[in-house]
Design a protein around this ligand. Structure first.
Ligand SMILES: NC(=O)c1ccc[n+]([C@@H]2O[C@H](COP(=O)([O-])OP(=O)(O)OC[C@H]3O[C@@H](n4cnc5c(N)ncnc54)[C@H](OP(=O)(O)O)[C@@H]3O)[C@@H](O)[C@H]2O)c1
Length: 257
């Protein structure tokens, strides 16, 4: 991927991995727009990093996606990179009925619906500008973390969707990249601790490894432990699945939510 002179939209770029990528892209001289749901967080980000453009937006809401697409296409006609990064992870107890059935779909709506909706809403400008789509899935696309069952399923879905997208866009001039991070120290992974099975890396380390792969032209980026999980999934799937269950069992909430 060409890492310079791009105009880049990063969903969920107000914190964690999205913000770390946004700052690296700015450092390389790119124009970067970040989104997030909370205006106060976006205001803080803009005050601290005035070069970042910020727009409040919820990727789970199709009407908000449509409004964002209209605004960004008008204000940033050179937009040529969409990084679908916004995501949430929830720990779920599947043994009891959910209190809130609609709430049960939150991860699906954001992690899957958001990626599909955003990609569709921006595909015309990305095609016109011969752009790049970067979908952020997870190492958990290979092996589920059973304490986060819906989250893991959403990431497997994004892995599948991204492969289809890459084939369909093969002759369009749009490159499709998938970033599959391992556990990274952010708010999303605050309850995940380093142990026998799980290793945790910083956003700085993730950026370092990912940008090396991006500049080398990789289309599927598996930093840190993601590479190992992909390998173990082939070598000993039952073993690695059970290891992740053991490592995450304590994170299953006692009560339904
Ligand atoms: N951290 C990890 O260990 C890890 C590992 C593998 C993959 N990932 C993936 O990496 C991506 C970023 O995760 P992170 O760890 O950086 O999480 P994070 O620190 O919690 O940041 C998430 C960002 O997404 C935004 N966001 C959440 N829901 C949104 C929505 N509906 N619409 C727009 N923005 C939304 C948040 O802002 P608001 O809350 O204000 O909306 C925030 O800017 C996610 O897709 C995650 O699944 C993370």
């Amino acid at each position: 991927m060409n890492l310079r002179n791009r105009t880049i939209l990063i969903t969920g770029g107000s914190a964690g991995i999205g913000l770390a990528f946004a700052l690296k892209f700015v450092e390389l001289g790119n124009q970067v727009i970040v989104t997030g749901r909370r205006q106060s967080v976006l205001d803080d980000v803009h005050a601290k990093y005035p070069k970042l453009h910020t727009i409040q937006n919820d990727v789970a809401d199709p009407a908000q996606i449509a409004a964002l697409a209209t605004r960004v296409k008008a204000d940033f006609p050179n937009l040529d990179v969409l990084m679908n990064n916004a995501g949430i992870m929830l720990f779920k107890n599947l043994r009891v009925p959910a209190v809130d059935l609609a709430g049960l779909m939150a991860e699906v709506n954001i992690n899957v619906g958001g990626v599909i909706g955003m990609t569709s809403a921006f595909i015309d400008i990305l095609t016109a500008n011969k752009g790049t789509v970067i979908n952020v899935s997870s190492a958990l696309a290979f092996v589920p973390l059973p304490a986060a069952p819906i989250y893991s399923a959403t990431k497997a879905a994004i892995h599948s969707y991204t492969q289809s997208l890459r084939f369909q866009l093969e002759e369009s001039g749009v490159e499709v990249i998938e970033l599959m991070p391992p556990t990274v120290k952010t708010d999303l992974a605050a309850d995940m601790t380093e142990g026998d099975v799980v290793t945790v890396i910083t956003t700085e380390e993730l950026v370092k490894q990912s940008f090396a792969s991006l500049s080398a032209g990789a289309l599927e980026i598996r930093p840190g432990q993601a590479k190992l999980l992909a390998f173990m999934r082939r070598l000993a799937p039952d073993f690695i699945n059970r290891q992740l269950w053991k490592a995450s069992k304590k994170l299953v909430p006692v009560l339904a939510r």
